[in-house]
Design a protein around this ligand. Structure first.
Ligand code: ADP
Length: 404
């Protein structure tokens, strides 16, 4: 057996998953959170059932202490890391800037570069660097690979990634669209080709990754040509707590008239925006339940969500010069027939026609939800970012350590 440990680290928590690469199945997963708080928390799933779960509350001073807690959980509850023959650790890194366009084995220099990119990703990269340092100290004998959320979008043409502002300023401060969720957009667009048994190179696909964070991506022959998130994950679709697109002048207006400062505006748009602002709840299930119960506020919030999403579908249909496939993924995309139907309603003239029975059918599998007559095939495909990170980690070490 050979296994890859996938780590997704934030500033006060990290999630992990151990994946058997021979079968591409999950062996164990867990979460260490509230790092640095008086009482931290860890949860370890040594297998797929509730009985396999173990939890602890204890002070966890830093990420290194967090990895010690994780290693102890593996040794107490299994699977034994030695039996799993850990061959590498793959790290999710949100921002790779225009420096990292592929998964990269982590050296001290790579670590410094990821840290330097904190300037344009202050909410995300510092936590990743803390996780990487602690994981490298905890597992010094295996290679560590950074897999970047932005990497898949390095194929964006300048016309798609350039903002129409002063060019020198944009260059100096690295202001451009980078795009995010790349690991998921890549995994899902490739899974579309496999599912339909068609060459990836022939497919024009619009991927709608709708979770708490949400983004759309136009994929032409396996290459990302446009995506809705921007220099940061704030741009684009309406999300759980992020506003997505607004007129940037709203910020000047609120500074002047409401006297809001940068931190307050950041909070307003990143943490108090989106469905939370419109419906009083950032969780799509609750918004849908309220709307079904007849709450007009929840319905109005959903209408804004659908309107924005439909706009991006139309935009990417145009950018791609037509689409073969529209695919829904992530928590909302995989589970919400209401969102899928609402966001594609009225697009029959573009050859997009959802079959209501197929759309309502509950399943965890990849499936077609369009009618047989629909010119554009509409799919639901579950994403698996951890598996994609593990695959890319393995491919990277096979390239750099061919003897493994
Ligand atoms: P994250 O961006 O945190 O990875 P997920 O992809 O897990 O998010 O998606 C979380 C979102 O999916 C939440 O808003 C949740 O309400 C929504 N969701 C999960 N199941 C359903 C469902 N059955 N119907 C509607 N929304 C759902």
């Amino acid at each position: 057996m050979s296994a890859v440990l996938v780590v997704n680290s934030g500033s006060s928590s990290f999630k992990y998953q151990l994946i058997d690469m021979d079968t591409e199945t999950e062996l164990a997963s867990g979460l260490v959170e509230r790092i640095g708080e008086p009482v931290g928390h860890s949860r370890h799933n040594a297998g797929p059932t509730k009985a396999d779960r173990s939890e602890r509350d204890l002070p966890i001073v830093d990420h290194t202490a967090g990895f010690a807690v994780m290693i102890e959980a593996f040794s107490q509850h299994g699977p034994q890391l030695s039996d799993a023959s850990l061959i590498a650790v793959g790290h999710r890194v949100v921002q790779g800037g225009n420096r990292f366009f592929e998964p990269t084995e982590i050296t001290h220099l790579v670590e410094l570069n990821i840290e330097d990119l904190s300037e344009i990703a202050p909410l995300h990269n510092p936590g990743a660097v803390q996780g990487i340092r602690a994981a490298r100290a905890s597992f010094p004998n295996v290679p560590h690979v950074a897999v970047f959320d932005t990497a898949f979008h390095q194929t964006l043409p300048p016309a798609a990634y350039t903002y129409a502002i002063d060019k020198d300023l944009a260059t100096r401060y690295r202001v451009r669209k980078y795009g995010f969720h790349g690991t998921s957009h890549k995994f899902v667009s490739e899974a579309v080709a496999t599912f339909l048994d068609r060459p990836l190179a022939d497919l024009k696909t619009i991927v709608l990754h709708l979770g708490n964070g949400a983004s759309a991506c136009a994929v032409d022959g396996g290459r990302s040509i446009d995506t809705s998130m921007g220099m940061t994950p704030l741009q684009g679709l309406v999300m759980g707590t992020r506003s997505g697109d607004i007129d940037p002048a709203v910020i000047f207006h609120l500074r002047r008239r409401a006297g809001m400062n940068t931190a307050e505006l950041d909070d307003l748009l990143n943490r108090r925006g989106g469905m939370l602002a419109l419906a009083g709840n950032g969780d799509m299930r609750d918004v849908e339940d309220a709307s079904i119960a007849g709450d007009p506020v929840a319905q109005a919030a959903l209408d804004v969500y659908f309107h924005r999403l439909k706009g991006y579908v139309g935009s990417y249909y145009a950018q791609l010069g037509g689409a073969d496939v529209i695919v829904f993924t992530a928590g909302v995309g995989e589970n919400s027939p209401i969102v899928r139907a609402g966001s594609l309603a009225g697009l029959e003239g573009m050859g997009i026609e959802i079959d209501p029975v197929r759309n309502e059918a509950k399943s965890r599998k990849s499936r077609v939800i369009s009618t047989d007559a629909s010119k554009v095939t509409v799919l639901v495909i579950p994403t698996n970012e951890e598996l994609e990170i593990a695959r890319q980690t393995l491919a990277t070490i096979n390239r750099t350590h061919p003897s493994n």
